[in-house]
Design a protein around this ligand. Structure first.
Ligand code: NAP
Length: 494
């Protein structure tokens, strides 16, 4: 059904007219279009607008019967068609277009209105925009939306930031259109200003790590067993019935069993082996460095994509760099498959544990007070990393909201501990046989590092004091010290 824009806005730059739409969406490319349809299908009257009217008209033509849409050609009419406090969802290309749309909207909005940026903004931009709109008496909500095109239509995972006040009226609408798991919406208030987009960024970083780990598991099975893509697809399908059950494992099984119609070859074998990225993994790693949080799984996954795309370097190395490694000739097939499964699970827990550490560090730095258990809960449905084991993460943070290390929770200590020997066999075997497993290997190194009673960092501190007088602390008494390395090597308090 189509309503005409209620309340004329002609000559109404202050935007005082009041319309009937409960929510508005501007930016009607794939994501905005589907989000608007999702609102309408859930019974909300939706104001719709796009820079060029063709997309608005096409949404009405193609899906006008799915609910009540109020199309507008101008921003003024669009704003005027909304009930107050107005709730406008911006779903345009991230970056400068988002600023341009905000600038266009603001003159028509009034105190208390809510502007939601549901695009993939970088969280520092969201902090900046929230500050600017707060000064004008407006609520700015940077919201992560995960699940791609299909999620936007059928129920995404939604991570809204901004003020708690804005969530009072916006939250129920977003919760209604989000995915649900066990009757619980995959949407909750994340925290002030940039918190929502920050959590979405880490979600995407974890997605990178998860995908890399799955790719490494596939490669291990291929090289260790000489198995075909279809056979490995069956192994993944089997894994999807246990602890590893997740959307990514499910689609991996599907992709690996898909056959290229043109050549009859396994589809995965005809795809060029250069992984691309849109940049959220890079943002996550950059932020991990800024915060000093070792998110090695996400970093290795991001660099592995970069290595795959390093074409000149790979050309120079293939057939030139010596391997000195024998092909892997696994004799006990079932035991090997189980080892890979356990190593994959353990590495995955490390990647998530690191991602949740990053959220905790940012929450502390920016004063966001993010509930990590709630984040795992809203990732259980709608998004790319949806998985059975996210329940375990929520339970861990319910046991201890301040848990310093997810890996050290009683459930994960056991679940990962049971697989440690398998993990070592796989990483050692991969090194011996020349199979690159950057994410498996770095996750095991992190595990051994974080559980070590004593690290060689002591030597690094000693070196730093030697060449730069950077000082050190001692294990046996308080204080900071410097040794006069080039003089008599006496120790001085610093
Ligand atoms: P998109 O291709 O990123 O952007 C196209 C939309 O932006 C069109 O509606 C376009 O209007 C509008 N636009 C571009 N520049 C503009 C400007 N200067 N002023 C006003 N409007 C402008 O669309 P999308 O793929 O649907 O994604 C929308 C947002 O969701 C992005 O931030 C994206 O990162 C995020 N996101 C996408 C996915 C996904 O799976 N695609 C998943 C999660 C999040 P015209 O029609 O007039 O050109």
């Amino acid at each position: 059904m189509v309503d005409s824009a209620a309340g004329s806005s002609a000559g109404n730059a202050a935007g005082t007219s009041v319309g009937t739409a409960q929510i508005g969406v501007t930016g009607l490319a794939v994501m905005g279009r589907n989000l608007a349809r999702n609102f309408a299908r859930n019974g909300f009257t939706v104001a719709i607008h796009n820079r060029s009217y063709a997309k608005t008209a096409s949404l009405v033509d193609d899906h006008g019967d799915e609910g009540t849409f109020v199309p507008s050609e101008s921003v003024a009419d669009f704003v005027a068609s909304l009930e107050r406090p107005r709730k406008v969802v911006i779903m345009v290309k991230a970056g400068a277009p988002t600023d341009a749309v905000i600038d266009e909207l603001v003159p028509y909005l009034e105190e208390g209105d809510i502007v939601v940026d549901a695009g993939n903004a970088h969280f520092p931009d969201t902090i900046r925009r929230e500050n600017a709109l707060r000064e004008k008496g407006l609520h700015f909500v940077g919201s992560g939306v995960s699940g791609g095109e299909e999620g936007a239509l059928l129920g995404p995972s939604i991570m809204p930031g901004g003020t708690a006040k804005s969530y009072e009226s916006l939250g129920p609408i977003l919760e209604k259109i989000s995915a649900t798991v066990d009757g619980v919406p995959c949407c909750t208030y994340v925290g002030p200003d940039g918190a929502g987009h920050f959590v979405k960024m880490v979600h995407n970083g974890i997605e990178y790590a998860d995908m890399q780990l799955i790719a490494e598991a596939y490669d291990l099975l291929k090289q260790g067993l000489g198995a075909s893509a279809a056979e490995i697809g069956q192994i993944f399908a089997e894994w999807n019935t246990g602890d590893l059950e997740s959307f990514l494992i499910e689609i991996t099984a599907d992709v690996l069993q898909h056959v290229d119609a043109e050549t009859g070859a396994a589809f995965v074998d005809i795809v060029l082996d250069q992984a691309e990225q849109k940049g959220t993994g890079r943002w996550t790693v950059q932020n991990g460095l800024d915060l000093g949080v070792p998110i090695t799984g996400i970093a290795e996954a991001t660099f592995a994509r970069a290595l795959s795309g390093s074409v000149p370097q790979r050309k120079a190395a293939v057939g030139t760099l010596q391997a000195h490694a024998e092909p892997w000739d696994v004799t006990d097939r079932d035991a090997f498959i189980e080892d890979v499964r356990l190593a994959l699970y353990a590495s995955k827990v490390v990647a998530y544990s690191q991602g949740f550490d990053q959220i905790a560090a940012a929450s502390e730095q920016f004063g966001w007070n993010i509930d990590r258990g709630a984040m795992a809960r809203i990732w259980r449905g709608g998004c790319i990393i949806r998985a059975r084991f996210l329940n375990r993460i929520t339970e861990a943070y319910e046991r201890d909201a301040q848990l310093p290390l997810l890996l050290a929770d009683e459930y994960f200590t056991g679940a990962v501990g049971n697989g440690v020997q398998a993990w070592r066999r796989i990483v050692a075997g991969a090194a011996l046989h020349g199979v690159p497993t950057p994410a498996f290997s770095s996750s095991l190194a992190y595990y051994d590092g974080v559980r070590a009673e004593r690290l060689p960092a002591a030597l690094i501190q000693a070196q730093r004091d030697f060449f730069g007088a950077h000082t050190y602390r001692r294990t046996d008494r308080d204080g900071t010290f410097h040794t006069e390395w080039s003089l008599d090597r006496s120790e001085q308090p610093a």
